[in-house]
Design a protein around this ligand. Sequence first.
Ligand code: GLN
Length: 201
Amino acid sequence: MRIGILGLQGAVREHRLSLQACGLLPENIITVKKPGELDDLQGLVIPGGESTTLGLLMTKYGFLEPIREKARQGMGILGTCAGMVLLAGKINGHRQPTLGLLEMEIVRNGFGRQIESFETELFLPDIDTHPGGTKPFPAVFIRAPYGINPGPRVQVLAALGEKIVLARQGKLLACAFHPELTADYRLHRYFLSLIAESHDE
Ligand code: GLN
């Protein structure tokens, strides 16, 4: 299995280490800097950063359509924080280029200025393969977005009140927090397991 990490901006190294911790060999983790490098990937990580900048860079380097096409062909995508914004199509109050693959609206910087960053424990029963499934996930939020109005194909995996912070649509996984900043690899492992499923919707 070959997984790419979009290397235009953001926490590339941390995602690489998390994927390695899940057992992926370093040579099968590609830092993607050009659209041609998407060709033989089964999965792509879009890291956090600044979604407007990332969107502009993705437009400038011609990434948007090739990523959409690969997603249509079954490539999995994990979008964390700004990456979650980029997966979606409708961003509240902002006009910015995105992939428009995820059928969910996004509230950018949705947790407000007062709490720009915080950590909380999330229970993720759908992804927790732990016997008993009770170990909470340490979720680090940094100027995070959240989702609202999920479409019928979207499975909500975690929410804080009404605010959706983890959602899946087929092989797309949108995560408002930063799993790459903690030594808990269950989310990366879950992403790899979605990719490994041969038949999906
Ligand atoms: N607030 C940023 C944005 O909307 C995301 C922040 C992050 O990725 N940590 O682009």
